[in-house]
Each structure stands twice: as C-alpha cells, then as structure tokens.
Design a protein around this ligand. Structure first.
Ligand code: ATP
Length: 399
C-alpha cells in the first residue's frame, strides 16, 4: 500500500488540448479518493496518467516513494478496473481472476489460494467455472474486481466501474466496492461523473471542471462549504439554488435583498462567509439549498419569498417543489445538466408540467403531504443561517 502524490500534473494532448492543468493531489495510504466532474473535465486523463496509460506532459506522479512518470504500467504496482470490465470471454471466471497472476508466473498453489480468497470475498464461488457471458452485469463487475484484488497492488485505479449496471445494482455495488476497499485498505482513486456515487463512496472527493481541480474535501465539507459556485451546484441533488442579491451592511447587520424579499443573514452564515460584510452596496450571488427552504406556515419567524408553484414532484418521503420567485437566477453548467435529465425546461422547451414561459428559479425540498397546487402563489421561508454567498463575477465563495 502506498501514498499517491500528484504534483502540478499537466496533460496537453496534440492540438493544444490542455486536458489537465496543474493538478496537485495528496492521496493518503489506504484512502479512497473519488475524482468527479462533468464529461470532458479531465478526470479519466488524470487517472490514466497515474496508471501509465497516458504520458505526463508536466509535473510528477509519485506512488509510495517512487516517481513513476517514466515507469511502464506494469512496473507501477497498480491494478485497474474499467467500465467495460475487460474480461476475456473465452476464459472461465477463475481463469479471468487468475490471469494476471499466471502472467507473473506465480506458483500454482498461491494462484489457487488467491482465486478462492477473492471468490469468497466477492460471492463468486458458485460461478468460478462459468464464462463471463453466463453472468449478470453485477457478477461480471465483481470478476473484474476480483482480478484487481488478487494482484494485491499498492493502488487501485477505477474508471467508472459501475456505469454499465442498472440503477438498483449500481447502488448495491457502490456499497460493496466501498466496503471491499475499506476492508482491504488499498489506496484507491475512483473516477465517476456521478456526484452521488462520489459523495457516498469517497473518503474525500476531488471535484474537477475544465481540466482544473475546484476543491478536494470530505463529502460533507464539499456540501456545506463549497469553495465556489461550480462545486455548490455540482454537488447535491437538486443543485443549490443561486440567485442574484443586493447587499446592505449596517454595523453588525447584513441585509440581502432579492426582489421584494429581505433576508437578514444569520450568525452562522456570517461566520462561514465573513467577506460578505465587505460587500455593502454590491450585488452578489445568494445560494440556498433546497432543504433550507420551508413552507412559510412552518417557519413564521423566517423571511419568505412569494413563490408561484410551477411543478411538484412527490417522492414519498418528501416533495420537490419548483417555484418561480421574483429573482434573477444564476445558472451554472450543473443546472443545465440537471434540467436536461429531469425534463424541466423553460418556455422554449416542451415540458407540459411547467405552467408559464418562465423557468422555475427556486427548488424546495418540502415535507410530504404539504398541499401545493400548480399555479398558486405561496410563501416560501428561508433559513437565514443556512445561506451561502458567492462573488457574482468570479463565482468564488465569499469566505
Ligand atoms: P468523460 O467522463 O466523458 O470520460 P473525462 O472527464 O474523463 O470525461 P477526459 O476523457 O479526461 O475527460 O478528457 C478531457 C479532455 O481531453 C476532453 O476535452 C477530451 O476531448 C480531451 N481528450 C481526451 N483524450 C484525448 C486524446 N487522445 N487526444 C486529444 N484530446 C483528448
């Protein structure tokens, strides 16, 4: 097992594509680090440079105490698991698992022992004589895992290993892979575009956008204290609500105006975003998580928006309510991607559930059984302690 250190790592592909820019990461011995970001952000390229499958244009990659920039993949003591599983169709499960060991001319009894060990750990014992095509997707994925773990490498590198599984199986395998990694204690770098997967699996999560690291932190910190608007809207479902707001500071009091609504920032918000005190007279971006909005009647002491209900999704455990309020929304790439997936679109889109031409600009997570009728206007209360502030120009958190 080993620490993995990336220092100022760059990748410039032919045609001047700067896919990874000055990426620095310290991954501790035994840590599960997830690299996450939208398609094309450079996460696979970063992983492939650690693996040795891609040359490094600048900077250094260190595994344990060795700089590995010039070592071939087989000399780096890593094992990779890919989205495609990359199993040999003509070999049995046992032979697939053992393939790398036999290539290294390991003694037969050791190979047999390791196959049995991995099969037991991964619940594959009954299937050892089968061929990959006789297995379910989840079982195939476990064979790919088996092949990686029997090698007992210093580092696991996993590139979207669960993407080919259906949603339910993916959730189950998420937990299994995380437990396996924890039990084995092997340093792991795991690439995914799915922020839920990243949050549930990683000890820490590194968020990338357009070749650059945005923030690396524990899942809870990323959620509670995003460094910038990209992280704020990429991490969390639905993405954080972001609207323009005008700031007025008077002594200790910071008022934030959004249309006709004034929110006096709570002590906790001021402590987390101290720079907001220096923003008197400025326009900033106010961020509010869906769960920090409440039906007005439930929180009489909180400031409220007047929200017109555009769409209500009943999730059983709660409601996701889409409102239009008198506010200028601030949109990031994460919002665009989320809307494309959910079918909630603006006037030029074609969703029938949206009442008017306007795009809902506030999403609230309400308790179940709140009565909401599409088209009605209702008060939506904001928790003034749980709000976030970002610079309108740069998107940086006003810390
Ligand atoms: P995805 O989730 O879609 O795989 P990613 O975040 O893993 O995306 P990469 O595959 O690392 O992104 O690609 C990063 C950027 O580098 C993209 O703009 C991509 O088009 C570019 N790129 C990747 N491979 C090459 C290549 N061999 N030659 C030139 N450009 C490349």
């Amino acid at each position: 097992m080993a620490e993995v250190v990336l220092k100022d790592v760059d990748k410039i592909y032919e045609g001047d594509v700067h896919a990874v820019q000055s990426l620095s990461l310290d991954i501790a011995d035994g840590e599960f680090l997830v690299l996450v970001g939208p398609s094309g952000c450079g996460k696979t390229t970063a992983l492939r440079m650690v693996a040795g499958l891609e040359t490094i244009s600048g900077g250094t990659v260190t595994i344990g105490d060795r700089v590995v920039n010039d070592l071939s993949p087989k000399d780096r003591d890593i094992a990779m698991v890919f989205q495609s599983y990359a199993l040999y169709p003509h070999l049995t499960v046992a032979d697939n698992i053992a393939f790398g060991l036999r290539l290294r001319k390991m003694p037969r009894n050791v190979v047999e022992e390791r196959i049995a060990w991995a099969a037991k750990l991964l619940d594959l014992t009954p299937y050892l004589a089968r061929k990959p095509k006789e297995l379910s997707g989840g079982q195939r994925q476990r064979v790919a895992m088996g092949r990686a773990i029997v090698r007992e490498p210093q580092v696991f590198l996993m590139d979207e290993p669960l993407s080919n599984l259906d949603a339910k199986l993916r959730v189950q395998m998420r937990a299994e892979v995380a437990k396996l990694q924890h039990d084995l204690g092997v340093t792991t770098i795991y690439v995914t575009h799915d922020q839920v997967e990243a949050m549930t699996m990683g000890d820490r999560v590194a968020v990338m956008s357009m070749g650059k690291l945005q923030q690396v932190d524990t899942p809870q910190h990323l959620y509670d204290e995003p460094f910038n608007m990209f992280v704020a809207s990429f991490i969390g479902t639905p993405p954080m609500n972001l609207v323009e707001a005008d700031v007025a500071v008077e002594g200790e009091r910071v008022d934030v105006k959004v249309g006709p609504t004034t929110i006096t920032a709570g002590a906790s918000a001021l402590a987390r975003y101290p720079q907001i005190r220096n923003c008197d007279g400025r326009r900033v971006v106010l961020g509010i998580r869906a769960e920090d909005l409440h039906p007005g009647a439930d929180r009489p002491a909180f400031p409220t928006f007047n929200g017109r209900i555009d769409l209500v999704e009943a999730l059983g455990s709660g409601l996701m309510a889409y409102f239009t309020i008198d506010a200028v929304p601030v949109r990031t790439q994460a919002h665009v991607e989320m809307e494309a997936e959910s079918g909630v679109t603006n006037g030029d889109g074609n969703s029938e559930s949206v009442v008017s031409g306007a795009r809902p600009n506030l999403i609230a997570a309400f308790p179940p059984r709140v009565q909401l009728r599409i088209g009605d206007s209702v008060p939506v209360a904001v928790d003034p302690d749980n709000i976030h502030f970002f610079d309108l120009e740069t998107g940086a958190a006003l810390r």
